[in-house]
Design a protein around this ligand. Structure first.
Ligand code: SAH
Length: 346
């Protein structure tokens, strides 16, 4: 039978303190338990050695600690680590550690599966099963921070929400997780080192601006022409470029922070001169830079990386218009850990 006990990590620190007060104990106990739950990663009340046995039993009678587990781990030749993370209900998501010379980046998931249907993305082939809870997002980061310390001798430096799922379709939980990640009581990481990547949900981009979030925004653009974008990212028919553009203008007005466009160039899809011109024009609306991402094939041959010539055309045209452009090589391809390859193959 499914446990009726409440997930203790759904409580705020204040609520946890109240539990103890209601039980005739000191509110301060709540702080101690909170630390066990969020900083020391306790998986059971019995781990909480500075808490009396009677109190541990009271907690155990009323609450569960839902926690994630690294179900399996694969290491790529280039040092990238892909983790299959098992959630308390048995579902699996994937999270990746990407090392570069000076940094380690955690690529984390926000949903089990994805509600969007980007034609080039492996995750889109899994239907969306559910949103991740704040603690499930936070715990992925915690697990990868531990791997960073273990394999790279330093703590995690960056986080990207580019794993499975669309973070803006699970906004509240993602924000709660980021609050915890950046709080001194959590991991104390700077929001400047966090990037949320979205396929572009205009209403939610505006909400983020209103909420004055401090992390960075990346948008998976892939085309600045509506017909092309709709053919590869069908939800674009609901959120057309005009609305996206307006939301991004709003974002920049409020935050003054540059946007990153992620962009893959595919043969015969968006490798024409008019595709480049449209991107250049789109980049004029708000200050932005472009990351040209290498395509990571997902089984069928419908999508193919464009020629170097097409890529170079993009680069020279963007640079001619003073738009910063980076070419991002994929990491972890040999273990299906690269962008768009997360699909629970294991
Ligand atoms: N839903 C969010 C985050 C997940 S995808 C978003 O759309 O931004 C993370 C990035 O990988 C996105 O830029 C996405 O467009 C890109 N991507 C998806 N499939 C890919 C593939 N097969 N090869 C390269 N990049 C891919």
């Amino acid at each position: 039978m499914k446990s009726q006990k409440k997930d203790i990590r759904s409580l705020t620190k204040e609520q946890l303190r109240d539990v103890f007060v209601a039980n005739g104990d000191k509110a301060f106990r709540g702080n101690q338990v909170y630390e066990w739950l969020w900083n020391k990663g306790a998986h059971s009340f019995d781990d909480m050695t500075n808490i009396s046995k009677a109190t541990r039993e009271m907690l155990d009678a009323n609450f569960v600690i839902n926690h994630i587990e690294v179900d399996s781990m694969q290491r790529s030749k280039d040092g990238t680590i892909k983790n299959a993370i098992k959630l308390h209900d048995g579902l699996i998501v994937e999270s990746v550690l990407i090392p570069t010379e000076k940094r380690t980046t955690a690529c984390v998931s926000s949903q089990v599966g994805c509600s969007l249907d980007c034609k080039f993305c492996a995750t889109a082939r899994l239907k969306r099963m559910r949103n991740l809870n704040p603690d499930e997002i936070y715990d992925q980061v915690l697990a990868i921070d531990q791997q960073s310390r273990l394999y790279h001798d330093h703590k995690l430096t960056n986080i990207v929400f580019m794993g499975m799922g669309e973070p803006l379709m699970n906004y509240n939980n993602v924000i709660k997780a980021i609050d915890k990640i950046t709080s001194p009581e959590g991991l104390g990481m700077s929001a400047k080192r966090i990037t949320l990547s979205t396929s572009g949900v205009p209403k939610m981009i505006k909400k983020m601006a209103d909420d004055e979030v401090k992390f960075n925004l990346a948008v998976s653009l892939h085309s600045a022409i509506d017909e092309v974008r709709t053919s590869i990212m069908p939800f674009n028919s609901t959120f057309p470029l005009k609305d996206l553009k307006e939301a991004l203008e709003y974002w920049y007005e409020k935050t003054n922070r540059k946007i990153t466009y992620e962009y893959v160039v595919w043969r015969g899809i968006n490798d024409r001169k008019e595709d480049i011109d449209a991107l250049v024009a789109f980049c004029k609306h708000v200050p932005a830079k472009v990351n040209l991402i290498e395509y990571n094939p997902i089984d069928d041959g419908e999508f193919q990386q464009a020629s170097d010539r097409a890529l170079n055309n993009y680069i020279s045209n963007l640079e001619m218009h003073d738009i910063v452009v980076n070419v991002r090589r994929s990491r972890g391809k040999d273990i299906d850990a690269a962008c768009g390859q997360l699909a629970n193959k294991s």
